[in-house]
Design a binder for this molecule. Structure first.
Ligand SMILES: Cc1cc2nc3c(=O)[nH]c(=O)nc-3n(C[C@H](O)[C@H](O)[C@H](O)COP(=O)(O)OP(=O)(O)OC[C@H]3O[C@@H](n4cnc5c(N)ncnc54)[C@H](O)[C@@H]3O)c2cc1C
Length: 434
């Protein structure tokens, strides 16, 4: 019976578990570890709180989690509580599905000023990730600046722009809702180094900006290429560019209190501040040549009271696992790291693609394991891990425990919201043990 350890309970982890069930049925034991007492990775802590229909994918993972031979082992950090070498000695195959939880650094002067944040931190704050619950961004200033032209930048801009009533039905955490209720923001600038034809924003998410109750998008018509040039774009991007054209045609006359301005061909060159806090940004105008942004030497400044960079993520290195520093992911060849050790999802590919992109990863790696790994009698698997956990006094959270947390979060929800998340690990554990 193969003993499989999956490290990480996000989409890539649970798609791998699902694939293992398909491959071996009851003939495998599958343990899914997570450093948090709660499962589902970025489905819980990344996907926007006002996109509940997307978060519903977790129901599919729940079906896998409830299979008799699949076990959730929460509140255990691999690489700290238990080493990779120990896990590899216990299980026939270890699959790293640890995602890419850290912000790619914004490498410009002034990036260390106060109220300059990365999207992992800011998104983690409004989604209640325990690591970022105490972030307390200051949203009292007028000017927010979002760096990046992907869907995460759109999420961040939208969350900053929404009025309170628009959060009805969402599970934005109470501390974020309270802070945003008192916000002073009147202008959100989304800054991108390249132009409208190079955005990575999907039409569904971009279209939402045009339907906000308290905010209106602003696009300079002069930034848009000739309409005829859109014909060469792939259909999704063409739709997004059509939306930008529609935003531009609305002009900047709006009775809405917040403007979301798109600033294309704009490369951040330095952040400036007073008393240790950001106050403005210097930007260099760019031109796009063969798809790349090239500086023109022309610079200008924009006021910025809050800066959030949405420029990508990096995985966490784990001792004993080869890591590609530049790409910020584990060194691997189609998911293979070394005999018995594999990776999937963002830990394998880096931070790209949608939730569904992680599915073929999971299925592909299980196919490889089935072909390459011969189960060994000497591997103690689950029983061996339980002995180790007991000897170390680890406070393991099971899937049944998680369901207690889930029920307590649902019970504590404000009216119309599916849940009020616990934002620190101690409170999660208390809900389990109460
Ligand atoms: C802000 C944001 C919004 C997004 N919105 C969408 C969207 O609307 N639609 C869409 O299709 N995609 C969206 N995505 C992309 C989607 O979330 C990812 O494709 C997906 O979550 C990647 O899955 P993963 O399993 O590789 O990583 P993750 O989801 O990050 O899961 C990794 C898991 O590993 C655990 N872990 C990490 N290190 C350890 C360790 N050492 N020991 C034990 N456990 C560990 C973590 O706690 C986490 O649970 C969004 C991403 C972000 C960042």
């Amino acid at each position: 019976m193969p003993q499989i350890a999956i490290v990480g309970s996000g989409p890539a982890g649970y798609y791998s578990a699902e694939a293992a069930l398909k491959q071996w049925g009851d003939e495998a034991q599958i343990d899914v570890f997570d450093r948090l007492p709660v499962p589902y990775g970025l489905i819980r802590s990344g996907v926007a709180p006002d996109h509940q229909s997307i978060k519903a994918v977790s129901r599919r993972y729940e079906t896998t989690a409830l299979a008799d031979n699949v076990r959730f082992v929460g509140n255990v950090t691999i690489g700290a509580d238990v080493s990779i070498a120990e896990l590899m000695a216990l299980y026939d195959a270890v699959i790293l599905a640890t995602g890419a939880p850290h912000d790619r650094a914004l490498e410009i002067e002034g990036a260390d000023l106060g109220n300059v944040l990365g999207s992992a931190a800011f998104v983690g704050w409004y989604n209640g990730h325990p690591e970022f619950a105490t972030l307390a961004p200051d949203v009292s200033g007028k000017h927010a600046l979002v760096i990046g032209m992907g869907n995460v930048a759109l999420d961040v801009a939208r969350i900053l722009a929404k009025c309170e009533a628009e959060f009805a039905g969402s599970d934005i955490v109470g501390h974020a809702l309270d802070a945003l209720r008192g916000k002073g923001i009147t202008r959100i600038t989304i800054l991108g180094r390249r132009g409208p034809h190079q955005i990575m924003m999907t039409p569904k998410d971009l279209g939402e900006l045009g339907r906000l109750a308290c905010a209106a998008p602003e696009v300079e018509a002069a930034d848009l290429p000739e309409t005829g040039e859109d014909a060469l774009l792939e259909p999704g991007l063409r739709k997004s560019v059509t939306l930008l054209r529609e935003f531009a045609s609305r002009g900047s006359n709006t009775d809405k209190p917040i403007t979301i301005a798109f600033d294309f061909f704009a490369s951040p060159s330095k952040l400036l501040g007073e008393n240790g806090r950001v106050t403005s940004i210097e930007v260099e105008r760019t031109a796009v040549e063969a798809g790349r942004a090239v500086g023109t030497g022309e610079t200008y400044r924009l006021p910025a009271d809050l800066v959030i960079s949405c420029i990508g993520y990096r995985s966490s290195a784990i001792e004993g696992v080869p890591f590609e520093e530049r790409e910020g992911r584990f060194a691997n060849e189609s998911g293979f790291i070394m005999p018995g050790l594999y990776c999937v999802g963002w830990a394998r590919r880096g931070p790209s693609g949608t939730i569904g992109t992680n599915r073929p990863d999971g299925f592909g790696v299980i196919e490889r394991i089935a072909a390459e790994v011969t189960p060994e009698r000497a591997k103690q698997g689950r029983a061996g891990f339980d002995g180790l956990a007991e000897a170390r006094g680890l406070d393991v959270v099971t899937f049944r425990d998680w369901r207690k947390i889930e029920a307590a979060e649902a019970a504590g929800a404000r009216t119309g919201s599916p849940r009020e998340k616990f934002v620190d690990v101690a409170a999660m554990i208390a809900a389990v043990r109460s």
